[in-house]
Design a binder for this molecule. Structure first.
Ligand code: PMP
Ligand code: GLN
Length: 382
């Protein structure tokens, strides 16, 4: 294995899910829903297969989906030309990797905000670039942007920053002020912003998603990435997209065409349909997930964890110290055997594990009976 990939041989999700299966644990580790997406969308996919939509779609994605994505982004006040400024990818994961491969030179620096989703560091390494990592800081029960750290991380070789909001694993949604501060740094230092917005529809308590690209001076330097997986409960379909200025999209496409060329022919019309017709269904999903967040957060607090606030995503983080544990990773490796629950330590998403070792991430995107069973089991923890 080449040295640049050696630190990334296995993912925490694969390891923890394997342990969960081995021990018949309730899996609150990997974030994926256990119910299906909207029936109308599933029907369009079935019909597409029956109608022979089974060969390579066009390189940038089918026009119908590119138009639907542009129409969806227009809701945020950002306009994209479906022909030159929208690219369909194999999930957000491929969009992120292709963007880095197409936009960042070997030796360039890319700013990541830890804890960061695990594919980011690997994709930066694949591009031959170097990551500069800044930490979110705990502010009461929320995690906040450290603007001074962000400014200090920018150097001569900094080319891009990767911004994820709503944020996995903390559930943080950046405030307008935090986004303004990131935007100011990007403008001052002429950086490209690559945004991971896969949880854009999963914001609770009446909050609204604000894309970084919608801020002044940002549309021309931001590649906005999202996908259908979290919005429509189809994480296995792997239909994602990137929207941005034509040069950024062309660079991303140049890399993407040699990674997978294209993907998911029969799923593309189904996602186009969903973006046009199923947003009311997503409103219901959001309400359900807010209830699940509350159910799990309250239950974890009753077990004795110090539960942090989650404003969005599938996830809530809990501090293990009040239960007498010092290290979340140690607890997560024991938990499946001891009580039959799987969770993920936050420190695996960081370059500074010491700073994050007290936190464990739980996924609440599960049926209520599954969450209740997990809580019953966790109550046995002593
Ligand atoms: N970014 C974040 C923050 C995620 O949590 C996930 C995963 N679930 C992804 C990207 C990957 O998205 P996709 O499945 O569309 O590749
Ligand atoms: N995004 C999901 C999570 O954070 C799972 C992704 C994966 O399995 N690679 O749990």
């Amino acid at each position: 294995l080449v040295s640049r990939l050696r630190p990334f041989t296995s993912t925490i999700f694969a390891e923890m899910s394997a342990l969960a299966v081995r021990t018949s644990a309730v899996n609150l580790g990997q974030g994926f829903p256990d119910t299906d997406g909207p029936a109308g969308m599933l029907d369009v996919a079935r019909k597409a297969i029956a109608d022979g939509v089974n060969q390579y779609p066009p390189g940038p994605g089918i026009p119908e989906l590119r138009h639907a994505v542009a129409g969806h982004r227009a809701r945020y006040g950002t306009e994209y030309d479906p022909d030159t400024e929208v690219l369909i990818t194999v999930g957000a994961t491929e969009a992120i990797a292709s963007a880095l491969l197409g936009l960042v030179e070997p030796g360039d620096e890319v700013v990541l905000i830890e804890p960061y989703y695990d594919s980011y560091a690997a994709a930066v390494a694949l591009a031959g670039a170097t990551r500069r990592v800044i930490s979110l800081v705990e502010d009461g029960d929320r995690f906040a942007l450290d603007v001074a750290a962000l400014r200090a991380a920018i150097g001569r070789r900094t080319r891009a920053i990767l911004v994820n909001s709503p944020h996995n694993p903390t559930g943080t949604v950046f405030t307008r002020e935090e986004l303004d501060q990131i935007a100011a740094v990007c403008r001052e230092h002429d950086l490209v912003a690559i945004t991971d917005e896969v949880y854009e529809h999963l914001i609770y308590d009446g909050g609204r998603h604000v894309p970084l690209a919608s801020l002044p001076g940002m549309a021309e330097r931001t590649l906005s990435i999202s996908s259908a997986g979290k919005t429509f409960n189809v994480t296995g379909w792997k239909i994602g997209w990137a929207c941005g200025p034509a040069e950024l999209v062309a660079a991303t496409r140049a890399a993407k065409q040699f990674l997978t060329y294209v993907g998911g022919a029969p799923f593309q019309p189904a996602v186009a349909y969903a973006l046009r017709h199923e947003l009311p269904w997503v409103g219901g999903l959001r309400e359900d997930l807010q209830g699940k967040r509350d159910r799990l957060s309250k239950g974890l607090a009753e077990v004795g964890f110090y539960v942090r606030a989650s404003a969005g995503t599938y996830f809530v983080c809990a501090d293990v110290r009040p239960l007498g544990f010092a290290d979340g990773a140690e607890l997560c490796w024991q938990l499946p055997e001891r009580v039959g629950v799987a969770a993920v330590p936050v420190q695996v998403f960081t370059d500074n594990p010491e700073r994050w070792r007290h936190l464990v991430r739980f996924a609440f995107c599960k049926r209520d009976d599954v969450l209740d069973e997990a809580l019953r089991r966790l109550a046995e923890l002593d």
